[in-house]
Write a protein that binds this ligand. Structure first.
Ligand code: GLN
Length: 493
């Protein structure tokens, strides 16, 4: 067994059988990750001592006869999730010195299942962005071309798994932050139904949209991680009390007779010939595997971006009010408390976060609330209704995960150009649906020479995670697109 390159399923099996100890996994992985990360910068912080201590606990539990679903599996955690006693920054200067006093439920569930924490990964500040470039601390590189972005906001969580510097990772997805970077980094990224995974200990961005989910190099591994983290949590009132069926064992692997909806309004011709060809080819592959392609219509999806960029900033302006220099992280003193707030927030937040707070505060202010926020909530309902109608005609909807392959650093100076990356993922988020990105081929970008990975987004009705993972698994096993590309960091093997 090779703990650097094998699947989570293979690692857990070997560790449970005593073929390799979790301690040996940790000692193999620790120096390897440091070598790879010197090139990719996926991590804000490595936690080797925590990893070793957890490995000892896992080995003791296994010696006592326990069997653990993620025994000895190395995992990376997006740095907007709390891990007791470690710095948790959300990619922001305002939390630059914040040490979490407790552990997020999703993270705790991974640890309880036997996973080994490698470290905390880089992200766009407070998860606002689509490239990772909004991090206050560093630029994570795309492991498939170091001159390109890994996508965002879960930049380091996608890049670490894509670079073989983690077997699994956790990300958070508000409007596409798991699916878009997964597409850019040649990995599977899975956002469960809103409410399936507890948000307790996740630093809030937009609470009605935020959802934690896994990155993995296969659908089966993503399912294994999902099984560990999903389920009701009394500490998150929005977490759903509905038994999640285990998905990893016996994933359905057949697409025959499955009705796959192709969205009329999501015509990809405007994205350029090579991107269009890639997605059309993916739809053809689904059909060749026995799926029945049906045209569906989402007439209000085109309002998704406008709707999201009112609701998400409104919620963020409220959520981020707590960062005031009094309770958490950075404080810049002033003559009085008002000046202290102003100086702290001016120094602590980056430009994109300030933009969102301004938009959100404006949209919620009296006199504008009805025109903007309330209207956006109505549009959100219409979008969700469109999806519900589409699912009368199909079992799953296939679409692009992102509008392009990974782009170069500083390529998108206009914020709206960046927002457009999530054109296809945002409507799905507004509807709360389970959704994932699975590798579907490669495209040589117009400004590049190297083929970059592409992702197919699949979205299914609320709470149908198992079926969704099954369709993706069938597609992945038949096409094996991810295996056709190698990260440029692989020399560090
Ligand atoms: N890119 C989108 C944004 O900037 C989505 C981010 C996310 O899903 N966290 O808001």
């Amino acid at each position: 067994m090779d703990p650097l390159h094998d699947s989570a399923v293979a690692i857990a099996t070997a560790v449970n059988r005593g073929e390799m100890s979790a301690a040996d996994v940790a000692e193999t992985v620790i120096p390897h990750v440091a070598r790879i990360d010197a090139q990719v910068d996926a991590y804000l912080q490595l936690t080797p001592e925590l990893m070793r201590a957890q490995a000892r606990r896992v080995d003791a539990r296994i010696a006592a006869g326990e069997r653990l679903p993620l025994a000895g599996v190395p995992v990376a955690i997006k740095d907007n999730m709390c891990l007791d006693g470690t710095r948790t920054t959300a990619g922001s200067k305002i939390l630059g010195n914040f040490v979490a006093p407790y552990t997020a439920t999703a993270v705790q569930r991974l640890l309880d299942a036997g996973a080994l924490p490698i470290g905390k990964t880089n992200l766009d500040e407070f998860a606002m962005g689509s490239s990772g470039e909004n991090s206050a601390f560093k630029k994570t590189r795309n492991p498939y071309d170091l001159e390109r972005v890994p996508g965002g906001s879960s930049a380091g969580s996608a890049a670490s798994v894509g670079a073989f510097a983690a077997t699994l990772s956790l990300g958070s997805d508000t409007g596409g932050s798991i699916r878009e970077p997964a597409a850019f980094c040649n990995v599977v990224g899975f956002k469960p139904t809103y409410g399936r995974v507890s948000r307790y200990g996740l630093i809030a961005f937009a609470s009605s949209l935020d959802q934690i989910g896994p990155f993995a190099r296969s659908v089966e591994d993503a399912a294994l991680a999902y099984d560990a983290i999903a389920g009701k949590d009394p500490l998150d009132a929005t977490s759903i009390d509905r038994a999640a069926e285990p998905t990893a064992a016996n994933l359905p692997r057949d697409l025959r007779g499955v009705r796959v909806g192709i969205v009329k309004e999501f015509d990809t011709a405007g994205l350029g010939t090579s991107i269009d060809t890639c997605y059309r080819n993916a739809y053809d592959e689904l059909a060749a595997l026995g799926a029945e392609l049906v045209e569906v219509s989402l007439p209000t999806a085109k309002y998704g971006l406008a709707t999201y960029y009112l609701i998400a900033p409104a919620e963020c302006s409220s959520n981020l009010a707590r960062f005031d220099g009094v309770r958490y992280g950075l404080r810049v003193d002033g003559a009085d408390v008002g000046e202290m707030y102003e100086r702290t927030r001016a120094a602590g937040f980056g430009p994109e976060v300030k933009r969102r707070i301004l938009i959100g505060t404006y949209a919620l202010s009296s006199g504008y609330y009805d025109a903007y926020y309330l209207k956006a909530q109505k549009a959100r309902t219409r979008i969700a209704e469109d999806f519900a109608r589409a699912f009368e005609l199909c079992d799953v909807i296939a679409s692009p995960a992102a509008s392009s392959p990974a782009f170069g650093f500083n390529a998108k100076s206009d914020p709206v150009a960046m927002y457009l990356m999530d054109y296809y993922t945002i409507p799905v988020s507004l509807a709360g649906l389970p959704s994932l990105s699975v590798p579907c081929g490669a495209v040589v970008p117009e400004d590049g020479t190297r083929a970059m990975p592409m992702g197919l987004q699949l979205a299914s009705p609320l709470f149908t995670e198992r079926a969704l993972l099954g369709y993706a698994h069938a597609y992945e096993q038949a096409t094996r697109h991810a295996d056709k590309l190698r990260p440029v960091t692989e020399g560090a093997r």
